[in-house]
Write a protein that binds this ligand. Structure first.
Ligand code: SAM
Length: 258
């Protein structure tokens, strides 16, 4: 069901189409679509996941970069709103309007991190997100401090969202099969976040800390002016030993006149 017979999967768009009905049903069970939902799907491809969700919700918008797939999607799902665009360049403010969106997608692996960072800027208009990603990426999002997987995207994501790893998916569930395992993750914007004075400060501290993750923070952050006493963070610690609260404290202790 649903394969575009004449369409050859395009590597440059990260096209691996889900063909495993069990996985699609499991994703749907995790998402639990409701009639009142506004759903945004990123990269619908030939509509494998769309087929499970489209008829269940009030509004459905799909953003697909591959213009050859767009007529097929429109023919397959009458009334589907398809935006033929690169989701990394589309005007998200315009697309998400006044909010209340649930975002889903079996994401192309090459754009997953920049896309996640972009979506972090619009969380006030997003209820939740369910994504299929490369397993290593979901592991990074859900990592704990003192592990190799703990990194900049981990801290940013966990500061803003609750992260839940849901289940893993083997390469054979896709056509063509990717070289790596995948996993489905649920991201839910937090209702309460730690007080952060300036979002750019957190970004700056994270960039410096993780660009030299083996160095002591006092070294990695030496070009920044930080009130260490106010931060209450050990300058001798390394980047992967600091939890989210520690990074927020460092960001709040960053002096503006650097
Ligand atoms: N959802 C389909 C499925 O599960 O079978 C397709 C998933 S495939 C891994 C990724 C999809 O994202 C492809 O359809 C690809 O063309 C689309 N895509 C890739 N880069 C994109 C981008 N920058 N913006 C929007 N869609 C993109």
């Amino acid at each position: 069901m649903g394969n575009v017979l004449s369409h050859r999967p395009r590597k440059r768009f990260g096209q691996h189409f889900l063909t495993d009905a069990g996985v699609l049903q499991r994703m749907t069970d995790c998402i639990r679509p409701r009639v009142q939902d506004r759903m945004l799907e990123i990269g619908p491809g030939d509509g494998a996941l769309t087929e499970y969700l489209y008829g269940q919700v009030g509004r459905y918008v799909a953003v697909e970069i591959d213009r050859d797939l767009v007529p097929f999607l429109r023919a397959r799902f009458a009334g589907l709103e398809v935006v033929n665009a690169d989701v990394l360049r589309v005007d998200l403010d315009d697309l998400l309007g006044d909010g209340g969106w649930r975002v889903v997608g079996n994401l192309p692996y090459n754009i997953s991190t920049p896309l996640l960072v972009r979506l972090l800027g619009c969380l006030d208009r997003i209820e939740d997100m369910h994504f299929m990603l490369q397993r290593e990426v979901t592991a990074r999002l859900a990592a704990a401090p003192n592990s190799k997987a703990w990194g900049r995207i981990t801290v940013l994501m966990q500061y803003h969202c609750e992260v839940e790893q849901l289940f893993e998916v083997a390469p054979e569930s896709f056509e063509p099969p990717p070289r790596v395992y995948s996993a489905v993750v649920r991201l839910r914007p937090r209702k309460q976040r730690l007080p952060l004075e300036r979002a750019e400060a957190l970004d700056l501290v994270l960039r410096h800390a993780f660009s030299q993750r083996r160095k002591r923070l006092s070294n990695a952050l030496q070009s920044l002016t930080i009130d260490w006493q106010r931060a209450g963070v050990d300058p001798g610690a390394r980047a992967d030993q600091i939890d989210v609260a520690g990074y927020v404290a460092l960001a709040n202790a960053l002096q503006e006149d650097r």
